[in-house]
Design a protein around this ligand. Structure first.
Ligand code: N01
Length: 663
């Protein structure tokens, strides 16, 4: 988790010693051991000397450390009540729902399968076109996975991408104000020094168009496009144990086979559109932020209603408010937010980031959250009240997610967390002039950062505008959508021309479960995950041989700066396949007991933090009605996770069954 310590002082989980065979009892005994240092190890590590003193990031603000956030790649689908009009990607007054599906049939590895066509030869999809590997999704994860498989391993590989372009999340999320919460120099691939030298970010936090340009640059620079098939939504992927291949079909009926199937579908790509009665009667236009029209939306002279005040909604509000005639924000859960303090990057900072890329890479890879900053090794109670306030003031002035790194115990000790929460609530009251609005905005019911904390550019300030009003849905929930607007339970109809759903995603599992994925004996993934996702390391699912899930549930993923988590998974998968090829092995599958042990460990890691205390968090799946409540990402920290994955490899892919097919 970005900027977070994950272990309670009282209950330290000795994650270093985790191994698939471990029983809960053994782990409990290990917890008593004094030496575990999960986050502590990352926490104590200081930035390498050359990264310790970066010059000012932005033209208008100086900042010595950076923060970051997440979002990977994706193919958006809508949970219900809407659909994606794929040409132009607009979701507008649609009634049926889109689903992400996948196809793909491919054969085993080239050395094993005689008739493997390269994707170049394959041209337009033919019935059963065979590859060594199929990758679903052409965002951050899919692009790099293709590069590794094709150029480093020499496999035939094809990427199937639902969108009309590469970019994943950044192809679809074009909503007003969309930008990354990770600082630009950390929201980059770090596998190529040349790429790092080539590319110049313009702002502290890159806007969506700039990130999309970056990903297109990557696709061109590494000649990836020839193996990416756009406008191709995978509908089903079935494993056949008779030929040890995945058989994939697209929504348009194209068929592929592959030995390896790798999902790069993103953690936040299956749009969650609440099933509010009357939406189909609405006379205006409505949009979900995760499928924004490419041509944009003109809010001028319009009465706009926005539902949702998560990271997305908080980015969108100030921008929509600046052009709309009137914006009504419908808030269900009040949220913390830290100013981003975005600004153009100085030339000095750009030079520094390039010159110190190796040190930045080392820092990001060696800490808890994949970000280029280090969590302070002090408790919120190691300092006086006045010192603590000064620390928070400085972090507030600096801006960004690094606020969370002010003290090591903000996410593990409720009393420590309360100090940050109180500071941030007070800031809201200071910024927002109308006491009623300030009261609604500051009525936050969960500890700071237990839901993914947004950063903003003028969010609370926007409520000082005359054309912005706020509806407290806790007091007056939405009753229905009418042809003219939204009616709340107090009988008030809020007249609207446009409704913006900033209502988030069916996170982490939605995009996978929207594909009809079936493993051994036709077992549907949906059935295997009926009670919540169960993976080994977030990388594999028992019963689904040769299926890899990049940033899957059970991995740090969304609690980490996403490109760092993605690079680690992509390289692990590529190394694994290389290992298999070198030994003539053709099948890898997570063992059920390793999955059970890992799931237990994932729960244990979450319980060691305050994270589960936000009962309505999407980390728990709580934002989607009927979804099992399971804490999905691995909260033990990226550094520890990286070590665990490396340990599994060092012990001969412990917890995985590897074999040659046929045996
Ligand atoms: O979605 P969210 P998001 N009626 O689920 C509300 C990443 N991200 O798109 O909290 C009324 O966080 C819901 O209310 P509640 C980032 O990881 C990254 O904003 O469930 N309201 C909440 O306020 C982030 O966490 C970047 O009570 C309803 C909002 O909608 C993740 O994406 C930028 C409702 C949804 O908030 C998701 O953020 C932006 C209903 N029926 C986002 N249903 C980067 O910088 C939901 N809500 C990379």
């Amino acid at each position: 988790m970005a900027g977070m310590e994950m272990a309670t002082r009282a209950r330290r989980v000795r994650l270093t010693a985790w191994a698939p065979g471990h029983t809960a009892r053994r782990r409990r005994a290990e917890q008593r051991s004094p030496a575990w240092s999960e986050v502590a190890a990352g926490r104590r590590r200081r930035q390498p000397a050359e990264t310790a003193e970066p010059p000012p990031l932005g033209a208008s603000r100086s900042s010595r450390r950076r923060s970051a956030c997440c979002i990977g790649s994706c193919l958006p689908t809508l949970s219900f009540g809407s659909c994606v009009e794929r040409a132009g990607c607009s979701i507008r007054r649609a009634a049926s729902h889109g689903r992400m599906t996948c196809t793909g049939r491919t054969k085993g590895m080239s050395q094993v399968m005689a008739k493997v066509m390269t994707s170049r030869e394959a041209g337009p999809a033919a019935e059963g076109t065979a590859f060594d590997a199929l990758v679903i999704g052409a965002g951050f994860a899919g692009l790099y996975q293709l590069l590794c498989l094709r150029d480093r391993l020499g496999l035939s590989a094809r990427v199937l991408e639902a969108g009309g372009g590469v970019g994943g999340t950044w192809y679809w999320n074009r909503y007003p104000g969309a930008r990354c919460d990770s600082e630009s120099h950390s929201y980059s691939y770090y596998f190529s020094d040349e790429l790092l030298r080539d590319w110049n970010w313009s702002e502290r936090y890159p806007q969506q168009p700039e990130i999309l340009r970056y990903l297109n640059h990557v696709a061109d620079r590494f000649d990836l496009r020839r193996d990416i098939q756009l406008n191709t939504r995978v509908a089903e992927a079935h494993y056949d144990s008779a030929d040890n291949r995945w058989h994939v079909r697209t929504e348009t009926g194209e068929r592929y086979t592959a030995t390896f199937l790798i999902t790069a579908v993103g953690c936040l790509s299956s749009a969650n559109i609440p099933d509010i009665p009357g939406l189909d009667q609405f006379a205006g236009d409505w949009y979900h932020t995760g499928g924004w029209p490419h041509e944009g939306v003109d809010f001028a002279g319009k009465r706009v209603g926005q539902i949702g005040t998560g990271s997305t909604g908080i980015q969108a509000v100030p921008v929509i408010a600046s052009t709309a005639e009137h914006l009504t924000v419908f808030q269900r859960t009040a949220n913390y937010s830290i100013p981003a303090r975005n600004a153009p990057l100085t030339e000095e900072f750009k030079r520094w980031a390039k010159a110190n890329a190796a040190g930045i890479r080392a820092t990001m890879r060696s800490n808890t959250n994949g970000h280029p900053f280090v969590i302070e090794n002090r408790s919120a109670f190691d300092v006086s009240d006045a010192e603590r306030d000064a620390i928070y003031e400085a972090a507030w002035a600096k801006g960004g997610l690094q606020f969370r790194a002010s003290f090591r115990d903000l996410l593990t000790d409720k009393a420590a967390n309360d100090t940050a929460a109180a500071f941030l609530r007070e800031k809201i009251r200071q910024v927002v002039q109308d006491p009623d609005k300030a009261g609604i905005l500051a009525a936050i019911d969960h500890p700071f950062a237990t839901k993914r904390p947004p950063i903003d550019s003028g969010y609370f300030e926007a409520f000082n505008r005359d054309n912005v009003s706020l509806v407290d849905l806790r007091r007056t929930p939405i009753e229905c959508i009418t042809p003219n607007g939204i009616r709340t339970t107090d009988g008030i109809e809020h007249p609207l021309d446009i409704i913006v759903f900033a209502t988030g995603f069916d996170a982490m599992t939605g995009a996978l479960l929207n594909i009809d994925i079936r493993g051994r004996d036709g077992l549907p993934l949906r059935q295997a995950w009926e009670a919540g996702p169960r993976t080994y390391l977030g990388l594999q699912v028992a019963g689904f041989p040769n299926l890899f899930t990049i940033t899957g549930p059970g991995s740090p993923s969304v609690l980490c700066n996403m490109p760092v988590a993605i690079e680690q998974h992509v390289e692990w998968i590529a190394d694994c396949i290389a290992h298999m090829r070198a030994r003539g092995l053709t099948r890898i599958e997570a063992k059920p007991d390793a999955v059970g042990s890992w799931v237990e460990h994932v729960n244990e890691a979450a319980s060691a933090t305050l994270l589960p205390q936000a009962g309505h968090s999407w980390y728990l799946g709580a934002n989607v009605p009927g979804k099992p409540r399971v804490f999905m990402p691995y909260a033990g920290g990226m550094a520890r996770y990286r070590e665990i994955c490396a340990g599994v490899v060092a012990r001969g892919y412990e917890g995985f069954a590897l074999e040659r097919f046929p045996g």
